[in-house]
Structures are given as C-alpha cells and as structure tokens.
Design a binder for this molecule. Structure first.
Ligand code: C2E
Ligand code: C2E
Ligand code: C2E
Length: 89
C-alpha cells in the first residue's frame, strides 16, 4: 500500500468546467454530462469519475493520461491530488 494513503478520487469541478471556453472544455463537458445523465446525478457541484474514463478522455484529447491530468489541474478542474490517481494508468 502507498505510504500516502489510498488512491485519491478523480473529482471534476463542474462549476469551473462551465467557466472555461468551449474549444478547450467542450469534449470533457459533454463526457461529464453523459455520466451525469447515466447516473441521474444532476445537481452536484462536483462529479467523481472513473479512472478508466480519464484514460478515454486522454485519447479524446490526444494526450497521455498524465499530460491531460496536468492540463486539467492547470484549468482548475482537478485537484493536484489527482496526479496520484493517474500514476497507475
Ligand atoms: P454499471 O457500470 O453496470 O453500474 C451499475 C451500478 O453499479 C451503478 O449505477 C452504480 O450504482 C454502481 N456502480 C458501478 N461502479 C461503481 C463505482 O465505481 N462506484 C460507485 N459508487 N458505484 C458504482 P448508476 O450509478 O446508476 O450507473 C448506471 C450506469 O451508467 C452504469 O452501469 C454505467 O454503465 C454508467 N455510468 C455511470 N457512471 C459512470 C462513470 O463514471 N463512467 C462510466 N464509464 N460509466 C458510468
Ligand atoms: P467524498 O467522496 O469525499 O465526497 C464529498 C462530497 O463531494 C459528497 O458528499 C458530494 O457532495 C460531493 N461529490 C463527490 N462526488 C460526487 C459526484 O460524483 N456527484 C455528486 N453529485 N456529488 C459528488 P456526500 O454525497 O454527502 O458524500 C459524503 C461521503 O460519503 C463521500 O465523500 C464518500 O466518502 C461517501 N460516499 C458518497 N457516495 C458514495 C459512493 O457512491 N461511493 C462511495 N464509495 N462513497 C460514497
Ligand atoms: P467509489 O465508489 O469510492 O469506488 C472506488 C473504486 O472501487 C472504483 O474506482 C472502482 O475501482 C471500485 N468500484 C466501486 N464500485 C464498483 C462496482 O460496482 N463495480 C466495479 N467493477 N468496481 C467498483 P473508479 O472506477 O475509478 O471510480 C472512482 C469513483 O467514481 C467512484 O468511487 C465513484 O465515486 C465514481 N463512480 C464510478 N463509477 C460510478 C457509477 O457507475 N455510478 C456512480 N454513482 N459513481 C461512479
């Protein structure tokens, strides 16, 4: 087990996501909206996503999971803790 504790969750800041320009955030916003719809989870300020979904999003953004995570941290959409969640991807 990691000395830093359990793997942190990937938690998307949905309010921040809405503030970003569509050309950047569009694909992620559509992906998040699909997950919300599948779960019936509409009223959250944040959305916990699967690690597998970050892998899929990285393909969509033509980046590695680690690169996409850095970008999402820069955009203020993911917490810096998320770095540890993608180390295993
Ligand atoms: P599913 O993958 O067959 O999951 C069925 C139900 O199992 C989910 O219903 C949820 O209650 C539970 N479940 C599955 N995995 C997890 C998990 O990692 N954590 C938690 N807390 N519960 C889990 P729910 O939420 O109504 O989702 C319905 C279907 O929507 C899911 O069926 C899946 O096909 C899709 N879905 C929902 N959220 C996600 C997501 O974050 N990523 C992806 N790729 N699909 C999702
Ligand atoms: P947590 O995972 O640290 O989440 C803290 C709060 O962030 C949640 O409080 C909720 O307000 C929000 N949040 C996180 N992910 C989502 C999301 O995907 N959708 C929405 N709408 N909100 C989200 P809440 O709901 O009172 O849950 C408190 C704690 O209970 C959670 O802390 C977690 O430890 C546990 N919990 C709640 N739902 C689940 C679940 O589906 N699976 C697991 N394993 N734990 C859960
Ligand atoms: P969580 O609910 O705390 O689940 C943590 C991890 O436990 C998940 O990481 C997954 O590896 C495993 N897990 C939990 N429930 C199930 C399940 O029903 N089936 C399977 N095969 N594995 C399960 P993961 O996939 O990275 O998901 C991270 C977080 O994203 C989950 O934390 C939960 O907050 C959210 N999530 C993922 N899928 C769903 C879903 O289908 N419905 C809902 N409501 N939340 C989901």
């Amino acid at each position: 087990p990691s000395p830093l504790g359990p793997t942190p969750k990937l938690v998307i800041d949905l309010e921040r996501l809405q503030q970003l320009p569509k050309d950047k955030a569009g694909p992620l916003a559509r992906y998040a909206a699909t997950i919300q719809s599948q779960r019936g989870d509409y009223n959250g300020k944040v959305l916990s996503i699967r690690q597998e979904d970050l892998r899929s999003l990285a393909v969509i953004y033509d980046k590695s999971p680690a690169e996409l995570t850095e970008e999402l941290i820069n955009w203020g959409i993911l917490d810096a803790e998320a770095r540890r969640a993608v180390e295993s991807l």
